[in-house]
Design a protein around this ligand. Structure first.
Ligand code: ATP
Length: 657
């Protein structure tokens, strides 16, 4: 259910006002602030906690309950070996340069990228060409980047810079060092010299237990815990495929330069899904038909290669049919992500799905799309949705020798024509004695091509020779009679495979922040008043109860209404302060409370109350029971305020400040 933007007649978005509101109403606040704070760490206050809990609750209903997913809650502490196997110890790192004078750190690839882009921009300006401003990542936007000066470059230099930029994600530390030296790249803020790049792993390292024998890390994602439990989950699911696991929990990344509030932090809540699917048969999804009509704003790889940001609005059915999106399961989740974002109240015009460039994806990934939300910092990746193929299960299976695979019954038994070698154990054992097992293993490993050739030798010569390292000088002779080779048909009723994984990965903090921006507006008036138009199911508190005055006549009504709302599991707060009704409502508009009940002298006479809508400030008046029924419908999202206004008599009361 999307919010009702039509009722808002407000001022243009103002981030400073919004940030002041966040602070004043304690949505979130820098951690350890009275000690000076630590970059990239934030605490959530009561309103932020309630908002986050409601987003997570909706996420759980939308994905876990709706899709019958298997939820797990795995530990944050992860042993070194697990993250070594997954590739995080070696690859979850950025190259970083230090300015020895200022002590500032810079990401090496961003330095090169920024410097070359600025020079290319200067070249275009010098040639009198139009320079397209691209929407930047906030981490680069806020930085005082290298300035472009209109200097014309040689054509060969332009070509060289463009080639470097196209491969910018793929350079090693040494290569980046060479580029920095070759192009004379300096500290973009001071022009000072920089030290050569060093690798900086983004994981927080620790040791598990008192000794140093078990090194570990705080997990950088929740995914690994889900992969390691795959065999148990498959068993729990009675060996039935496909299925998905899900997990909600904190992840930790020691970002080189945290910035932009909640958008790049060092500890954040993630909600991740690992959907396990058979790689054979095109990764179909049984419920794809339910979503195939849904239109998404897709920014594809080719458009980005042309340096453009225009999106195609096409149905996910068409996108999968034309292979723009690799497969049905990936497409299914893109559509479900879109529906979830709509449901929590994200502005539908500020959502797009951006496809990863080939060099942006992990080498094993088949396709990857990010759900990005438009904020005052630009487009922000809030959900990553990747097809990780069979990579994770394969590497953990190889390392642990545990079967992280599925055995499926074939619909049609498979007949395999093959060369089989029979060993006469009575002759074979005495012949090779202690080496018998080694020779037998070598025979089992002979390829089909070799077996075919050996059969010809055996029929012709009456004996064959095979390689067996470590036995009989590396060659072993086998006489006809000790072994026989024959072409036979074998019937396979089962098939073993390692499932592929489609992984939607949600950063709850980024979603929460973007949602706040989308829902924030200021009401026009003598003094601009902040309003957060959260949809009722997401709003931290649903109902404000305001008595007209502090008269004791109103208490029984307030108590009874609070009790009834609690019974309906609808959160409410009483504001019986001495401020005017208008002020009390305005304070709660800032918290995003969508509904307000006023108890007045008429209530004492006939038990009727007024109900106020936050966004339009219009009111209706009816019996307590009718009003509670309307509130229930609004909070559950089955009724809109317009429905309620059509049903119940309007109340033309004035909000007095
Ligand atoms: N430092 C961070 N602070 C807040 N949220 C984050 C951070 N890093 C990742 N996320 C969230 O986790 C989700 C999944 O993580 P993923 O590893 O795909 O991010 P990423 O590609 O590393 O992000 P980025 O490129 O912005 O650092 C992201 O879509 C984002 O919402």
């Amino acid at each position: 259910m999307a919010h009702q933007t039509t009722t808002r007649v407000g001022e243009p978005f103002d981030r400073t006002l919004m940030e002041q509101l966040m602070k004043r109403r304690m949505f979130y606040t820098p951690s350890f602030e009275i000690y000076g704070g630590v970059k990239g760490l934030y605490d959530y206050g009561p309103a932020g906690c309630a908002l986050q809990a409601n987003i997570v609750d909706l996420w759980r209903k939308h994905f876990i309950l709706e899709e019958d997913m298997l939820e797990v809650d795995c530990t944050s502490l992860t042993p070194h070996e697990v993250l070594k196997t997954s590739g995080h110890v070696d690859k979850f790192a950025d190259w970083m340069c230090k300015d020895p004078k200022t002590g500032d750190f810079f990401r090496a690839d961003h330095l090169v990228e920024g410097a070359l882009e600025a020079r290319l921009k200067g070249d275009k300006e010098a040639r009198g060409q139009k320079v397209e401003e691209k929407e930047e990542d906030p981490k680069k936007k806020k930085k005082k980047g290298p300035k472009s000066t209109a200097v014309k470059l040689e054509d060969t230099v332009v070509q060289e810079y463009e080639e470097v930029l196209a491969k910018i994600d793929n350079y090693s530390g040494d290569e980046l060092a060479l580029l920095i030296q070759k192009y004379g790249i300096k500290n973009p803020e001071t022009g000072g010299d920089l030290e050569p790049p060093t690798s900086f792993n983004l994981m927080f390292q620790t040791t598990i237990g008192p000794g140093s024998a078990l090194p570990g890390y705080l997990r950088p994602e929740t995914a690994q815990g889900q992969f390691l439990n795959f065999a148990k989950l498959l068993e729990f699911n009675q060996q039935s495929m496909p299925f998905a696991s899900a997990s909600i929990g904190k992840s930790f990344r020691n970002e080189i330069s945290p910035r932009s509030g909640l958008l790049r932090v060092r500890e954040f809540l993630m909600a991740e899904i690992e959907h396990f699917v058979d790689p054979q048969g095109g990764k179909k999804h049984p419920r794809f038909d339910d979503v195939k009509h849904i239109e998404l704003a897709l920014l594809n790889r080719d458009t980005q290669l042309e340096g453009k940001t225009t999106v195609d609005r096409i149905s996910i059915g068409k996108a999968v049919e034309t292979k723009l999106v690799d497969n049905e399961t990936l497409g299914y989740f893109l559509a479900r992500i879109h529906l979830f974002l709509n449901k929590i109240g994200v502005d539908p015009n500020k959502v797009r799905f951006r496809q990863h460039m080939a060099n942006e994806m992990a080498h094993y990934a088949a396709d990857c799309w990010d759900a990005e939300l438009l904020t005052s910092y630009g487009w922000i990746e809030c959900v990553g949705c990747a097809d990780r193929s069979a990579y994770d299960l394969s590497v953990h299976m190889k390392k642990t020798s545990q079967p992280l695979m599925v055995r499926a019954i074939r619909k049609e038994p498979l007949k395999v024509e093959e060369w089989q070698i029979d060993i006469d154990k009575k002759k074979f054992g005495p012949l090779f004695k202690k080496d018998a097992k080694t020779v037998e293993t070598a025979i089992e490993q002979l390829s089909q091509d070799l077996r075919e050739k050996l059969n010809l030798d055996l029929q012709k010569e009456g004996k064959i020779e095979i390689d067996v390292p470590g036995v009989g000088g590396g060659k072993v002779e086998l006489q006809k009679g000790v072994v026989e080779i024959e072409r036979r048909t074998r019937v396979e009723n089962t098939r073993e495979y390692i499932p592929n994984v489609i992984e939607p990965s949600f950063g709850i903090g980024r979603i929460l922040y973007s949602l706040i921006e989308h829902c924030f507006w200021t009401r026009k008036g003598d003094e601009a008043r902040g309003v957060l138009s959260f949809p009722p199911p997401i709003a931290p508190t649903k109902v404000l109860l305001v008595p007209l005055s502090s008269s004791p006549y109103f208490h029984p009504h307030l108590q009874s209404l609070s009790r009834k709302l609690r019974t309906l599991a609808i959160s409410c707060r009483v504001d019986d302060s001495s401020a005017s009704i208008g002020k009390r409502y305005a304070r709660n508009d800032e918290l995003g409370t969508p509904l307000g009940i006023t108890v007045d002298f008429q209530t004492v006479k006939d038990s009727t109350v007024t109900l106020r809508d936050r966004d339009s400030t219009s009111q209706v008046r009816s019996s307590e029971d009718e009003i509670l029924k309307a509130i229930k419908g609004l909070v559950e999202g089955v009724e809109t305020w317009d429905d309620v206004r059509n049903r119940l008599p309007a109340f033309e009361g004035q909000e007095v400040d």
